[in-house]
Design a protein around this ligand. Structure first.
Ligand code: NAD
Length: 257
């Protein structure tokens, strides 16, 4: 299928890698103009090398925790493209730590990137989308729904994204903005984020963990970035015009039981 996002203009944050990069490529395949942002300029340039055959794709440096940066980004998109139809709040970090050993600085950094920035992005996008409507997709996690002992700050941030999304969805509906706001809850998807987390663990533990994950995921393996990209595509497109405040879980069945 093609053209499911024809003539739509999208911003995807944290798009230089992993899920954001796969989503950007999928959106372009379906006819969208995509502005990919990331705070890692080298990664952004590298990513564009890989997908430079796919156009139109635009890239902007952005640290999602910078409030002024959001106004500048929206201003750029409106002046360059005339409107904003889709925002995917995807940028995120994970810093491992339990409720006992997480430092306040790791806690705050995690909330700043994973939660505060989703709020700022959503607020900025609502302002830009009000005249003609749009779709905001917030990337939470299954860890925003179920706890894990070793990711206390991450759990809290992703749980915050999950419920903030519903508040924003209700606000937009009550104001008749025709802006839908939904969250996606990926399970374990092999991306640099997962690889970096695994790199901090001893190799025998990594092997045991990967084996356990595969055994515990009902569909039998970790997911691929494209699995999440396809979920984003559905929520971004008009096919989901009656969907707002919803949680789309894409986890191979991991949280079913
Ligand atoms: P990733 O590390 O491959 O990509 C994240 C990108 O975000 C990177 O390019 C990074 O430079 C960028 N980023 C980080 N901080 C930023 C900031 N302050 N400003 C702008 N960009 C910033 O990770 P991923 O696995 O693709 O994860 C994408 C999203 O999906 C994250 O929100 C993550 O929490 C969520 N998620 C991932 C998984 C998984 O299994 N991979 C599971 C559940 C949820």
């Amino acid at each position: 299928m093609a053209d499911r996002l024809l003539n739509k203009v999208a911003i995807i944050t944290g798009g230089a890698s992993g899920l954001g990069l796969a989503t950007a490529a999928r959106f372009v395949e379906e006819g969208a103009s995509v502005v990919v942002t990331d705070k890692d300029e080298d990664r952004l340039d590298g990513a564009f090398g890989n997908i430079s055959n796919i156009k139109p794709m635009d890239r902007r440096y952005q640290d999602v925790t910078d409030e002024l940066g959001w106004s500048e980004l929206i201003e750029y998109v409106l002046s360059e493209y005339g409107c904003l139809d889709i925002l995917v709040n995807n940028a995120g970090i994970v810093i491992r730590g339990t409720a006992e050993d997480t430092t306040i600085s790791d806690w705050r950094k995690t909330q700043e990137v994973n939660l505060d920035a989703v709020f700022m992005g959503t607020r900025a996008a609502i302002g830009a989308m009000k005249p003609s409507g749009g779709s905001i997709v917030n990337i939470s996690s299954i860890e925003g729904m179920v706890g894990e002992a070793t990711t206390a700050a991450y759990n809290a941030s992703k749980g915050g994204v999950r419920i903030f999304t519903k508040s924003a969805a209700l606000h937009c509906a009550s104001q008749k903005y025709h802006i839908r706001v939904n969250s996606i809850h990926p399970g374990f998807i092999r991306t640099p984020m997962i690889d970096n987390a695994l790199a901090t663990m001893p190799s025998d533990e990594v092997e045991a963990l990967l084996l356990r994950m595969e055994n515990e995921i009902p569909l039998g393996s970790m997911g691929h970035p494209e699995d999440i990209a396809n979920g984003c595509l559905y929520l971004a497109s008009d096919e989901s015009k009656y969907v707002t405040g919803a949680e789309l879980v894409i986890d191979g069945g991991y949280t079913c039981r």
